[in-house]
Design a protein around this ligand. Structure first.
Ligand code: PEP
Ligand code: MG
Length: 750
């Protein structure tokens, strides 16, 4: 890079630092920033556009365009050249901007006088916050060095200012991470809670993005890289070579840690005036932007490795460890990019709420959150960039909205919401001991889903009649080594004690897919949800299944026992699993141990194939339980963990309802007891439709028993069935609209 650009860039950063450190009002500070950049880059115009909401950009400061246009000129994401920069997360450099594709003329800004345009995204760790633009009258393309210098400046702007505060008239600026922020995500689990942020992986905070001593910063960076290389080598030495996947990741780490181009780019950033930390973060930001735009899974994985490695490097440079010693605040709300069910279980029920930057409704972490009735918001874009440990946070699980550092008005409104929620809970408590008897006289048995000892007290509190699904794998997920038979048997026995004679349907281990045991060799499969999981593992490697069945028989100690096998796709699998149970019983008998007074052996119906099993299967099986979460994903061929495709297919889609109806009819014809234990059973409207179609047993998370019972008791199932039939005959894709209209009419007394 030419010496002049480099020195200018450093000088500019120094001036920006001074400007940002002044306590002038926000707008004045932003105005000074654009003035300094225009002066230093020798351009007539410098402007900053920031996101007003996720779709709209607003001109927030300008040097050179009409001052009246500030806070007035807005454009949609993708609109005009500025919108193009924001959408593509890439620099746009045009010598003749008015002739460029997508140019949008905005008369209020007076910009037609300017020919050349260079816009760079203002982004922080891959999240675009706005666009920094310079424009000149003469038609010239900005040099690569100038563009580079502008990107460095954009990085500093993203780092040092609370940009959200600039948007809108009369906006005031305060330091970053002090403004209230509202983030709109997706509902994962309903409920409203107030609490404080607890970061799953505390973010490294860069407090000194600018430095005027490049030699010292380069030396710091090199030292840190050396430390990083040593630690990666140590990790490689300690990793058993059998763990091929981990070795592959570590080798990628080593490749990046030794990458000369990565190092060169960061050194160039430092030469431009950034501190070592800011240089690492700038490269990390670029990698993240590329990661989100890449359709290549392998490349995404490698960019993810680079992201992780950058975090390690930042921790070395800042001395901020992963375990920062931050105490869990009162009423902790866990904030994470993503979390697995095992990690979530480690936190236990201490959490008040969970907010994920990514996540998915169908994941087992979401199921755990629902089982615990912990409000969960997923896809809360930007939450990791905005939230700091201890920040006040309100989670509105009803709307999928998160308020970070809320102001008093939002807090007051939220208190009302919490009060309403409490009133609804009181209403449900008042019907707790009444049956779920619909207006037509039909009674539906409501059971609960569980998986941990801690879930059992809900059995009495929720009014559930029993445990329709006990997910035994949760006990395996919370441990760091395979539990012993005696341990499991003691635990199952306590579960039965706590159930006090109510039926508990124990589902044998359902491992695989997103339920990964850290102490079992990972299984590298292209599509784990359809892979070697659940009963497939149990039958191929029967050691654990046998141990579990034995533990269950011993736990029953003469009491009745109900066991069901997960993910049975064909009759032979059921027969093979059942014969394991028969053998286990025979062994216990030989040992002179008491056998259960009665044994029920069931199967989960989670694959469409089982619905078409031979008649004899329905006669042989003692009971069936529809695992709607899996059944739906295979019925629609839509991954339950992929929000994009999952959301396309409604549970109340007529094809799916007709399929359920066929299963119900087959079970009725063979007198096979049938229940539904997927998440949808806990959603009142879905539960109502299932009951109208003939399901008589529903198993759900404990907190759903009240709302489901409340709706069932107010409804006539015959009428609901008629609404479903009319919608089907009319050719509706989903019956949701028809049912919602009907419910609305019911409520308004029509
Ligand atoms: C289901 O698939 O609906 C089910 C209950 O099992 P899991 O969610 O544990 O896969
Ligand atoms: Mg399942």
């Amino acid at each position: 890079m030419p010496q002049r650009v480099e020195t200018e860039s450093r000088k500019l950063l120094g001036r920006l630092r001074d400007a940002m450190a002044k306590d002038s009002a926000g707008q004045a500070r932003l105005d000074e920033i654009v003035r300094l950049i225009a002066g230093s880059m020798q351009t007539e115009v410098c402007s900053i556009y920031l996101f007003r909401d996720s779709e709209t950009l607003e001109l927030c400061a300008t040097e050179g365009l009409q001052a009246e246009a500030v806070h007035q000129t807005r454009m949609r994401l993708g609109e005009g050249l500025v919108g193009r920069v924001a959408r593509s997360k890439r620099t746009v450099n045009e010598a003749d901007a008015p002739a460029a594709k997508g140019f949008r003329y905005m008369p209020e800004t007076g910009e037609e006088r300017f020919s050349s345009f260079c816009g760079v995204p203002v982004q922080r760790l891959g999240d675009v916050l706005g666009v920094l633009v310079v424009q000149s009258r003469d038609a010239r393309e900005f040099s690569a060095d100038e563009v580079y210098a502008l990107e460095v400046v954009a990085m500093v702007i993203a780092e040092m200012t609370e940009l959200g505060a600039f948007v809108g008239d009369g906006a005031a600026l305060s330091a970053r991470h002090q403004q209230p922020v509202m983030i709109r995500g997706t509902v994962g689990q309903e409920g409203a809670v107030a609490g404080n942020v607890y970061l799953h992986e505390p973010r490294v905070v860069v407090t000194n993005p600018i430095s005027d001593d490049p030699e010292a910063e380069t030396a710091r960076l090199r030292d840190a890289i050396d430390t990083l290389r040593i630690s990666v080598d140590q990790m490689l030495d300690q990793t058993a070579t059998v763990d091929a996947e981990q070795v592959e990741v570590l080798q990628a780490y080593r490749m990046f840690a030794n990458s000369r181009s990565w190092m060169r780019r960061m050194e160039a950033d430092i030469d431009n005036g950034l501190s070592a930390e800011a240089a690492v973060e700038k490269e990390q930001s670029l990698a993240r932007a590329r990661m989100s735009g890449s359709g290549d899974a392998y490349l995404r994985d490698r960019l993810h490795d680079l992201d992780d490695l950058s975090n390690r490097l930042l921790r070395i440079l800042t001395g901020q460890g992963k375990d920062t010693g931050v105490e869990m605040p009162e009423n902790p709300i866990l904030v994470a990019r993503n979390i697995g069910p095992g990690e979530l279980l480690d936190y236990g029920k201490t959490l008040r709420g969970i907010v994920l930057e990514e996540g998915s409704v169908g994941s087992h972490a979401a199921i755990v959150a629902r089982a615990w009735a912990i409000p969960l918001v997923i896809h809360a874009k930007g939450v990791l960039t905005e939230a700091l440990n201890g920040d006040a946070m309100l989670v509105d699980g009803e709307q999928g909205i998160v308020h970070l550092r809320p102001d008093d008005a939002v807090k007051a409104a939220f208190q009302d919401k919490i009060a309403m929620q409490t009133r609804a809970q009181e209403r449900y408590a008042s019907i707790r001991d009444l049956p779920a008897q619909a207006q037509c006289g039909t009674t539906i048995a409501l059971h609960m889903n569980a998986g941990l000892m801690a879930d059992l007290p809900s059995l009495a509190g929720s009014g559930a009649e029993g445990v329709g699904l006990f997910r035994t794998e949760l006990q395996f997920l919370i441990r760091n080594k395979m539990p012993q038979r005696a341990e499991l048997s003691a635990l199952y026995s306590r579960v039965m004690d706590a159930a006090g004679g109510k039926r508990v349907a124990f589902r044998t281990l359902d491992i695989g897919s997103d339920k990964v045991l850290t102490y079992m060799k990972p299984n590298d499969e292209p599509n784990p949800a359809m892979g070697w999981r659940a009963i497939r593992v149990g039958l191929d490697k029967p050691g654990v299944l046998r141990m579990q069945l034995q533990a269950l028989i011993r736990a029953a100690n003469g009491r009745p026992l109900a066991v069901m096998f997960p993910f049975i796709a064909q009759m032979e699998e059921f027969r093979a699993a059942r014969s394991e149970m028969d053998k286990a019983m025979a062994r216990e008998k030989v040992l002179g141990r008491p056998l259960p007074e009665k044994v029920e052996i069931g199967a989960m119906l989670e694959t469409p194939s089982l619905a078409f099993a031979p008649e004899i299967f329905f006669e042989e099986v003692d009971f069936l339980s529809i695992g709607g979460n899996d059944l739906k994903q295979f019925f629609f061929a839509a991954d339950r963990e992929n929000e994009r495709v999952r959301k396309r297919y409604d549970t109340l889609n007529v094809s799916f309802l007709s399929f359920l109806e066929q299963i119900i009819q087959r079970c009725d014809a063979s007198d096979t007891p049938l229940s539904f234990c997927g998440e949808d059973a806990g959603r009142p409207i879905e539960a109502l439709c299932f009951a109208a179609l003939g399901l008589r047993v529903l198993s759900m998370r404990p907190a759903s028993v009240g709302p489901v019972k409340h709706l069932l008791r107010r409804s006539d199932l015959g009428e609901v069935k008629a609404v479903i039939d009319t919608a089907r005959a009319r050719g509706d894709q989903s019956v949701r609209g028809a049912i919602s209209d009907w419910l609305r009419d019911q409520n308004s007394g029509n």
